[in-house]
Design a protein around this ligand. Structure first.
Ligand SMILES: [Zn+2]
Length: 91
């Protein structure tokens, strides 16, 4: 009978890739977009989910990014690319 040896590679600490969740309270959907804003210019931007979680950005799920409202006087710019640029290939 041999002694038990934990297999190599079993030391899996917190993985770097972890799904980020929507920042809206009560929403636990996976984030699909990152919202950033600038008070000075009263602008909000919606981008593809930022790979590096930036402290200035809010992660939002698809539905919340879509329905994001901004205060009056603010602009809301959706800078996301279409999900599939090849879905409308001209024949
Ligand atoms: Zn959400």
């Amino acid at each position: 009978m041999g002694t038990f040896r934990p297999p190599l590679g079993s030391r899996r600490l917190a993985p770097a890739i972890r799904p980020r969740l929507c920042a809206r309270p009560g929403c636990d959907e996976v984030a699909a977009a990152t919202m950033t804003y600038d008070y000075a210019s009263r602008s909000t931007w919606i981008d593809q989910l930022d790979v590096d979680a930036s402290p200035a950005g809010y992660d939002l799920c698809e539905a919340h990014a879509e329905r994001l409202g901004v205060p009056s006087g603010w602009t809301r710019t959706d800078r996301r690319q279409p999900p599939s640029p090849f879905s409308r290939v001209a024949v």
